[in-house]
Design a protein around this ligand. Structure first.
Ligand code: LMR
Length: 397
């Protein structure tokens, strides 16, 4: 039965990470997968997470199943984090939230929900986007189309191109938007731009699906939620897939959530039942541990402020190393302009390196980046920034 099966191509991001792991060269540099690293190269477990785990182990009395849509307290607390406590869409009961296994799990449940209910057939993704977006949506049976997003010459958002594309999309289609810290470019619309984008999306009768994987990694918790809150207008419908992988450092615990905002309470209840159906046939119900950690941290004033401090420290380190990298590149290549790296936000930057230059970085310098030129800025440290800048200068000349 299996003899004729061909090997699948390695994943563009996680596959590269495996190749990196097996590279024996000392001093190798990993700028591939979007995982935070501290100055010593460690992906730390946050202190607030450790403390929450201690409390959970002491108190946990059962490993029975969670409800199909997860822990209600986790769902309430993450929705409040995303929308802001007391937000009308939460108070009115017109939003349905389900705990999901990571942001990717939330995206897949969203896709399955859209196709199984017949709510939508087509989703539009930015060019470029996270390479897994089209694959997840296609696996759900959605047709994937693309819209202009990035202006490579200016290293920023092509707002006019994006708005023009939105105005051509058929009503009833879904548009996938990166709510903050665009992956892979690190270039976000401004708050004023988001208002124009939301106007265009709703004028056109589109359904926004906001992928919200990097809350707190851009400018701050409330600042990074600006796009989501712009879309959460009175009476508006939207879908939010959020992740706690990065901002709580809970990558392997697979914890995220899906919120569908509808017109009214009755619709929200019907939608919630369809989301539960999509979950049940997929993984039955979510894993508990990561969600229990997030619920414990967000539900305790002291742990929550500790988390906010630890999140700010991760954000500040990335923003600090962006400055150092930009400065060191300008010393090595005075005629090249790398200042955009300092202006972009979140974990990633689109470096402008060509696929051939990325290949040379890997082969000649043991520097690993995604072939699109995306670099994980959180992989740059004081101990490797000089070697990295030397390598980029070498392949740029
Ligand atoms: C990334 O883009 O590197 C992260 O979102 C991790 C992943 O699953 O690809």
């Amino acid at each position: 039965m299996f003899e004729s099966i061909q090997a699948a191509p390695p994943d563009a991001i996680l596959g590269l990470n495996e190749v990196f792991r097996n590279d024996p060269r000392p001093g190798k540099i990993n700028l591939t997968v979007g995982v935070y690293k501290d100055e010593s190269g460690l992906t730390p477990i946050l202190d607030c997470v450790k403390e929450a785990e201690r409390r959970l182990v002491a108190k946990e009395t059962s490993k029975g199943y969670l409800p199909i849509d997860g822990d209600p307290d986790y769902c309430r607390l993450t929705a409040e984090l995303n929308f802001g406590a007391g937000h009308e869409v939460l108070e009115s009961g017109r939003a349905a939230t389900a705990q999901a296994p990571g942001g990717t799990g939330a995206l897949r449940v969203a896709g399955d929900f859209l196709t199984s209910t017949g709510a939508a057939r087509t989703i539009w993704c930015s060019v470029p986007t996270w390479p897994n977006h089209p694959k997840v949506f296609e696996a759900s049976g959605l047709q994937v189309k693309n819209y202009a997003y990035f202006d490579a010459d200016r290293h920023g958002v092509n707002l006019d191109g994006m708005l023009a594309a939105i105005r051509e999309m058929p009503a009833g289609d879904v548009i996938c938007l990166h709510a903050c810290c665009h992956n892979p470019t690190g270039a976000d619309p401004s708050p004023a731009d988001w208002k124009l984008i939301a106007d265009a999306v709703y004028d056109r009768g589109l359904m926004p699906l906001l992928d919200f994987a990097y809350l707190g990694f851009g400018t701050g918790i409330d600042e990074d939620a600006v796009a989501l809150r712009e879309f959460a207008r009175p009476g508006a419908e939207l879908i939010v897939a959020s992740s706690c992988s990065k901002n709580f450092g809970l990558y392997r615990e697979r914890v995220g959530s899906l919120t569908v905002v509808t017109k009214d309470v009755d619709t929200a209840q019907a939608v919630a039942s369809q989301v539960r159906t999509a979950v049940r046939v997929n993984y039955s119900n979510p894993p508990s541990h990561g969600g229990a950690i997030v619920r414990t941290v967000l539900g305790d004033a002291e742990l929550r402020s500790q988390w906010e401090r630890e999140l700010a420290a991760m954000r500040d380190r990335i923003n600090g190393i962006r400055k150092v990298f930009t400065q060191k590149m300008s010393e090595r290549l005075p005629d090249a302009n790398f200042s955009f790296i300092e202006k972009q936000i979140g974990m990633f930057s689109f470096s402008g390196l060509t696929p051939e230059q990325v290949d040379r970085l890997k082969v000649e310098h043991a520097v690993y980046a995604v072939r699109s030129g995306r670099i994980n800025v959180a992989g740059i440290m004081p101990s490797n920034v000089d070697a990295l800048c030397d390598a980029i200068a070498a392949v740029s000349s």
